[in-house]
Design a protein around this ligand. Structure first.
Ligand SMILES: Nc1nc2c(ncn2[C@@H]2O[C@H](COP(=O)(O)OP(=O)(O)O)[C@@H](O)[C@H]2O)c(=O)[nH]1
Ligand SMILES: [Mg+2]
Length: 317
């Protein structure tokens, strides 16, 4: 399957809402009226894209098509165009979908360090495995730091992934200070001239101040060892939680200085529209998306292509 089909398949649940309902609402040959626009507005809201974006899209439809005969392709064109404006209009960087390194701020010299954080169960460890695999396949030498020392199972999970990928991993026994694991991983990376260090962390809530302080300690330890580290601080958000994710983000950001979002579990979510308010409201770019449980169910996020996939009516499996 090519990446575009994979993205469409991953967005299936969200697409199902839009495609089925849109066909019911916008019947070709009928006249576009206010009632139809209202029903479509409700569909957009159900994808969690937020009132602001949904209003902008419906306004655009009203301006261009109200009182006219419905031609579905024309409506979709307007919708896609408006949503792309919303997602890309502020001069943000467009990453190349086929270059997994493109969203990463690489160190000028020496290892690039990525810190990965988020609440419990959002998909941190899985996303790290996917990222590591991606980079490994692009010829990068990766060291994983199993700094979720809270649960033995977390270390085992990451170890298993490292064996499958064929990359280095640094582990320590349960309960050890996670900053010590991060330190050892950076040390190893320097010794073996690795390109990337990815630090897994235990799940935490933004309200657990002591655990949030621990993130600050990890940051201080790695920046002492490697100038500019962590070069990226990636927050993993679970797409199935929709709008709730947004409040998590600002709190994490104040402790871990987030530079990017990994939006996991898009495939399990009918709220794929959440990408929109994340970009509009948080000021932290979505850099990667998770599209399933397998190691290659992962892509660089590109907003224009995301819109095309979301509003592409071609059938997917
Ligand atoms: N469907 C789907 N499941 C995912 C995705 N990412 C992670 N998961 C699943 O979510 C669960 C928790 O993932 P894990 O990486 O252990 O979360 P962590 O606690 O944040 O490290 C596991 O069952 C993963 O397989 C994704 O993109 N799609
Ligand atoms: Mg984990």
């Amino acid at each position: 399957m090519g990446w575009f089909d994979k993205l469409k398949t991953g967005l299936k649940k969200t697409k199902d809402i839009l495609n089925t309902d849109v066909r019911d609402v916008f019947k070709p040959g009928e006249i576009l009226d206010e009632e139809k626009l209202e029903r479509f507005f409700a569909d957009l809201i159900r994808t969690d894209m937020g009132v602001k974006a949904a209003t902008a899209i419906v306004d655009e439809l009203r301006t261009k098509h109200l009182g006219r005969t419905i031609v579905l392709d024309e409506l979709w064109e307007t919708i896609r165009g408006k949503l792309k404006d919303i997602l890309t209009g502020d001069g943000e960087t467009e990453w190349e979908i086929e270059n997994p390194m493109s969203p990463i701020n690489m160190a000028e010299e020496g290892p690039t360090v990525l810190l990965v954080t988020g609440v419990n169960g959002v998909g941190k460890t899985t996303s790290i495995a996917k990222l590591a695999n991606y980079m490994h396949q692009n010829g990068k030498k990766v060291v994983l730091a199993a700094a979720d020392t809270f649960r033995a199972a977390a270390v085992e999970q990451l170890t298993m992934w490292s064996q499958r990928i064929g990359c280095e991993i640094v582990t320590k026994e349960s309960g050890v200070d996670p900053a010590a694991v991060a330190h050892a991983a950076c040390q190893l990376a320097k010794e073996i001239n690795a390109d990337i260090v990815i630090i897994d962390t235990a799940g935490r809530l933004q309200t657990q101040t002591n655990l949030m302080d621990q993130l600050g300690k990890i940051v201080r330890v790695v920046e002492k060892q490697i100038p500019g580290a962590p070069h990226e601080s990636l927050l993993v958000l679970d797409a199935t939680t929709g709008q709730n994710g947004i409040s998590q983000a600002s709190n994490f950001s104040s402790y871990a200085n987030c530079t990017g979002i990994v939006l996991s579990k898009l495939d399990g979510s009918a709220k794929g529209g959440i990408v929109v308010p994340i970009r509009q409201e948080m000021g932290i770019p979505v850099k990667f998306v998770g599209l399933g449980e397998q190691i290659d169910d992962f892509q660089v996020f590109n907003p224009a292509l995301f819109v095309d996939a979301l509003f592409d009516r071609g059938d997917v499996a």
